[in-house]
Design a protein around this ligand. Sequence first.
Ligand code: ATP
Length: 355
Amino acid sequence: MNGVRLGVIDGDGIGPEVVAATRAVVDEAVAAAGLAPVDWVPLLMGHAAIEEFGDPLPEQTRAGLAAVDGWILGPHDNASYPEHLRVAPGGAIRKHFGLYANIRPARAFPGVRATAPGIDLVIVRENSEGFYADRNMFAGSGEFRPTEDVAMAVALITRQACERIAHQALRLARGRRKRVTVVHKANVLPMTTGLFRDVCYAVAADYPDVRVDDEHVDAVAAHLVRDPDDYDVLVTENLFGDILSDLAAELSGSLGLAPSINCSDTVAMAQAVHGAAPDIAGRNRANPVALQASAAMLMRWLGARRGDHGLTEAADRIDRALAATLAAGVATADLGGLASTSEFTEQVRARVHRR
Ligand code: ATP
């Protein structure tokens, strides 16, 4: 089996630090699994890309991404770009490559203080439409302001997008505890989120082995805090998924632990849930776990797609090494620990070789 070719984008803020920490762990895991080294393709986004090309997401980067098997995306801090360049590059990449599914697990690690120590769930977030103004229009924005005192936003929900995200959630549940909760707000948005719910139930008929129920998003927010163990896989539209996954991440211990991948049926991108954290950038203090665990998800996704058990093994090695490192009490400052980003990463690299 040939090695994988992965794009790698540092991004802004703590991006260069957590991306370097992630590459180091992936390289170690790939070697430990006996695979050929990853062929890394560095590409620019954010401030570095503005400096070089005058564009936070230049054509060169899009073209580079189109030629790799998947990629690791550092965070971006688009609020700090010059005003005329303030597009969110992450959203633009998701849209450009049709990465319609955002898979966001929230799992507590032994050894890390968590508000919900038993939490082990996955939020499957529809990524291509919903209430996101930059996602739901072919041209123009889904958010507009007819007069100075009036602002409006449109949401887009289509049967096709609901069907494909429902399949993602139901397939994922089959490999877990076989439960899916459809999250909506059909009491006040019966046409849009009601369609989402109804299509999910219709698709679920093909998965009789998976138990499916549904809940309003506000009820889920409360229920998640009270009884997070009640959930296995949650499937929902874009904005609800964004909010609930931050909540679930925090319940699991820290935003710095929360991984995700964004995928279509043919390509996947590893991206931590957290942002660029400019307040701690450049100080070797960032928690790299979220991106390292995202990279493990990417390796697992590629392993399943290519039928390559070596990649799955590399992913397992990263996950086990992260859990063992945290269980040993090694942690960065956001978790109350003393380890720097690079010290933590060295500890993970050493544990990647354990069977
Ligand atoms: P965005 O809107 O892009 O998600 P944000 O400003 O809402 O960005 P973050 O950049 O994620 O949020 O930062 C929120 C807080 O969490 C900050 O105080 C930051 O220092 C902290 N934080 C985020 N990620 C990490 C990390 N990997 N390690 C340590 N602290 C982090």
